[in-house]
Design a binder for this molecule. Structure first.
Ligand SMILES: *Cc1c(COP(=O)(O)O)cnc(C)c1O
Length: 237
């Protein structure tokens, strides 16, 4: 077994254990392997072992890997901030966009999405209300949701942008147990939105290498794990 396979199996085991401890059904959480800065060959190796979902932060890097690995049936997740002028490289090209955080981006994505197609999206919430982080502030979430629903920018069914749930990236210092309150807060925000707008919102994208166990216990449906699978990220040249 390669070290990569060993680490990947370790995360799958950790995830299964967290599901069990939380009394959740086995397989209720999806593992998104975050492969940013790691070579396409690592992705191909994990794909052969059965890993389906991969997350990338940078649109150009993701598009290059999509091209290099076309035909492997990978589900690509866009998990980094998206500049409005990059909408054309995202719309219709990812299984799920985790980082929709403004109406302007929704409009740009819609303009670029081929007619009749559906692009699944999550709203990114700046759950720690950090100045430097992207995402909509918790206090502005309901208003943004209302604006986008009323404006026909998102819907629960598609075609167009189909809103599937929420995503967060808690403050960096908040790993492990310290991240738990943020995960709980995201879940409660989801529950509130869901009731208020009558939307299903089944997905919660939360949990990374340092805190995915806590995220699973707090209701995550998708964990985004990089370092624990691929090792430390190579520094970008
Ligand atoms: C890099 C990144 C991850 C993975 O982080 P690790 O700590 O390496 O597991 C998850 N989510 C987002 C948004 C990221 O940018």
């Amino acid at each position: 077994m390669t070290i990569l396979e060993e680490r990947w199996r370790g995360v799958l085991d950790g995830m299964a254990e967290a599901e069990r401890l939380a009394g959740r059904a086995k397989g209720s959480v999806r593992l998104v392997a975050v492969s940013k800065f790691h070579p396409a060959s690592d992705i191909a190796e994990l794909r052969r072992l059965g890993q389906l979902d991969f997350g990338e932060n940078y649109v150009q890097e993701a598009r290059a890997k999509q091209e290099a690995l076309a035909g492997l049936g990978i589900r690509w997740h866009a998990i980094g901030p998206v500049q409005t002028n990059k909408a054309k490289d995202v719309a219709g090209r990812f299984h799920l966009l985790h980082t929709l955080d403004r109406a302007e981006l929704a409009r740009a994505l819609l303009r670029r999405l081929p007619a009749g197609e559906t692009q699944d999206v999550l709203l990114q919430v700046n759950i720690g209300e950090e100045a430097q982080k992207s995402g909509v502030a918790p206090s502005a979430l309901a208003a943004l949701c209302e604006e986008m629903l009323e404006g026909g920018l998102v819907s629960s069914e598609g075609p167009g942008l189909r809103l599937r749930g929420l995503m967060c990236l808690p403050p960096r210092c908040g790993e492990g147990e310290a991240a738990r309150p943020y995960f709980e807060k995201l879940r409660l925000l989801r529950d509130e939105l869901s009731v208020r707008f009558g939307l299903p919102l089944p997905e919660l994208s939360m949990g990374m290498s340092g805190d995915y166990r806590q995220a699973v216990e707090e209701g995550s449906t998708m964990i985004r794990v990089g370092t624990d699978i691929f090792g430390p990220r190579p520094v970008k040249a």
